[in-house]
Ligand binder design. Sequence first.
Ligand code: NDP
Length: 299
Amino acid sequence: MTPTTPPALTLSNGVAMPVLGFGVFQSPPEETAAAVEAAIASGYRLIDTAAAYGNEREVGEAIRASGIDRGEMFITTKLWISDYGYDEALRGIDGCLRRLGLDYVDLFLLHQPVPVEFDGTVAAYKAMEGMLADGRARAIGVSNFSEQHLETLMQQTDVVPAVNQVELHPFFTQHPLRAFHAGHGITTEAWSPLGGIHVYRPADPDAVLNALEHPAVTSIADKYGKTPAQVVLRWHVDQGIVAIPKSVKPHRIEENIGVFDFELTADEVASIAALDTGVRAGPDPESISMATFPKRVEN
Ligand code: NDP
């Protein structure tokens, strides 16, 4: 079968970004290269990693092994908070590119805001503006930023983030933040697009919220002869949200990209959005600091 290559949307600076990509958070380094190779063979071109994931090297290996032209790939990585501050960020950026074995990335993100020390967050972003100017990133952006974090960052910097990558799935639809993004030309990218965080890190282990088992999703899957995961991913695509599902299982990697031969009606999109609880499963961005997340990235 000819692999499907996802269509692209256009970022505010004119760069094309695939609407569906492949995430590698919690992919063990020893499984990451094989997973990324399987993803590229299935047609994925966007790969989403981060310094903090500890698998940038293996992502780089898989890209080289794939034989696909670098120019066809869209590689995202993220600066971890132990590299915030201007000079620290310069070192962190070098570290990311060195581990990936790349001259440039397509999208470079601040992984988190650090609200208790936001000057360091802003300084790191200024270092990324330099990276954009010298061509080591084709676009820059942020992750896990609220409206307020974005406002404060934009007041002190020149380049509006092209992307904000945030927790977003049927149980947490981020409607107000998405409206803010739309008003500023910021593309919304969904992490945990399948709602995976509710399953692998449930708030209540006795009452797991699994979007892939919810009747609102499974009934639509039955109607189209698609899987629940495909319906949820199509729900993102139909709303112009970039989704980056993660899997280390080849059959799921293939399944998750098979969403370009059907589309949902507006009522179906709304019926899945109605599952929103307004409550995130991941960490509150206001709580992020080196005290709460003491992990350090070695460059
Ligand atoms: P996802 O919603 O992608 O869910 C991943 C989980 O679902 C895994 O446990 C996977 O298991 C399972 N899964 C994958 N495909 C299927 C399927 N078709 N049917 C059933 N189960 C499936 O959540 P993630 O939290 O992993 O998010 C995806 C990506 O987002 C990450 O890899 C990372 O790149 C990014 N991310 C970014 C964050 C940030 O702070 N910026 C935070 C968290 C994630 P298995 O591997 O066994 O198939």
